[in-house]
Design a protein around this ligand. Structure first.
Ligand SMILES: Nc1ncnc2c1ncn2[C@@H]1O[C@H](COP(=O)(O)OP(=O)(O)OP(=O)(O)O)[C@@H](O)[C@H]1O
Ligand SMILES: [Mg+2]
Length: 340
């Protein structure tokens, strides 16, 4: 048992019939951290979060929550709150009534000031007396978080809490979670978006088909001398293309030249080779107007760790096509809040 850890999992396995949802999971989450779980659909995120919440029990392995062993024969460690899939709400009750009912079910004598405060923290004060039947997905998510806050948890477990949130809602939720972690609450949450996790978490665990393929600080994930795809726009595309083709350690993306007027150049290169190419361009009197990774280093690491090879090359090809096609740039720049 380790008192510094809010979660300590060793060899956790969970099956649903023939489906192995979790396959020997090891996980350490230190107290007071915001830990992100990420992985493709069906990777096992919700299953793992349900175990942390005590909604299910592992078939085998050892899981300690807040320093206490869990399982069929152990007591509820207490101090854990959150939701998986989506928060359960009473549609015919208002937001305020939902929170009061949940608090009463838990046996809390939460005063209305506590409920008002929780509603304000998640930005739902204006709709506090509206029935939740008409709530949007983002509003439900926020109310679910407010319900969890009322329990004053030491471990907060949230399944895709940013799902359906508009940018203002996301900012609210990020603020709440960051403050809670500052006060010592441990947060374990799942997301499909590396940019959300980057904004919130100091560490992540990547799951793929029920296994941990990475667990550690985000910086460690983004680092490494992985070869990335970069998109370059220069003052002289034709000469830039010739120099890139001859640069050691640099690979031109398939079909990068000539298409769409040859304006953008996409190359695959590790950072030192890219540096040398940029120096070479400048030395040759070619101005570099734009240089950016086609996908962020974190997303590239995520894709490399989780995608099957065939899908990866297909996806990379598509991204390269998009990156060299100016008509796709605007569409890509749009925020994608829904359907994460
Ligand atoms: N109650 C269940 N009955 C049968 N199979 C289940 C059940 N819950 C999960 N599974 C299976 O376990 C695997 C892991 O599912 P889980 O919901 O944990 O994935 P996830 O990472 O949360 O996916 P998503 O990103 O789609 O939410 C999947 O193959 C899923 O079909
Ligand atoms: Mg899920």
């Amino acid at each position: 048992m380790d008192a510094h850890l809010a979660v300590r999992a060793r060899g956790i396995t969970k099956c649903f019939g023939e489906v192995v949802a979790l396959d020997g999971i090891d996980l350490d989450v230190a107290r007071g951290r915001i830990h992100g779980l990420v992985g493709p659909n069906g990777a096992g995120k919700t299953t793992l979060l349900a175990l942390l919440l005590g909604l299910a029990v592992a078939d085998s392995g050892r899981l300690e929550i807040l320093g206490m062993p869990t399982g069929r024969t152990f007591e509820d460690p207490g101090g854990v709150a959150g939701f998986v899939d989506a928060p359960g709400l009473y549609p015919s009750l208002t937001a305020r009534q939902n929170l009061a009912a949940l608090a009463a079910l838990r046996g809390d004598d939460t005063r209305s000031a506590g409920i008002d405060d929780a509603l304000e923290q998640v930005g739902l004060t204006d709709v506090a007396d509206d029935r939740t039947r008409g709530f949007s997905l983002g509003m439900r998510q926020r109310l679910g978080l407010a319900a969890a806050l009322l329990a004053r948890p030491r471990l907060l477990v949230l399944d895709e809490p940013a799902n359906g949130l508009d940018p203002a809602g996301k900012k609210h939720v990020h603020g709440v979670l960051t403050r809670l972690a500052g006060e010592g609450t441990t947060v374990v949450l799942s997301s499909h978006r590396m940019d959300d996790l980057e904004a919130l978490c100091s560490e992540v665990t990547i799951l793929a088909t029920g296994r941990v393929v990475f667990s550690g600080p985000l910086g460690e994930l983004a680092a490494g001398d992985r070869e990335l795809a970069y998109r370059l726009i220069t003052s002289d595309p034709a000469r830039a293309h010739r120099l890139a083709a001859a640069a050691p350690g640099v690979r031109l993306a398939a079909d990068t030249a000539g298409r769409h007027g040859g304006e953008a150049l996409v190359v695959h290169a590790p950072v030192p080779a890219l540096d040398a190419l940029v120096a070479g361009l400048v030395h040759a009197g070619i101005a570099l107007r734009e240089l950016a990774p086609v996908v962020s280093p974190l997303e590239a690491a995520f894709l490399a760790l989780t995608e099957p090879r065939a899908a990866e090359s297909r996806d990379t090809r598509q991204r390269e096509d998009d990156a060299t096609d100016p008509r796709r740039q605007h569409a890509q720049a749009q925020p994608q809040e829904a359907g994460q």
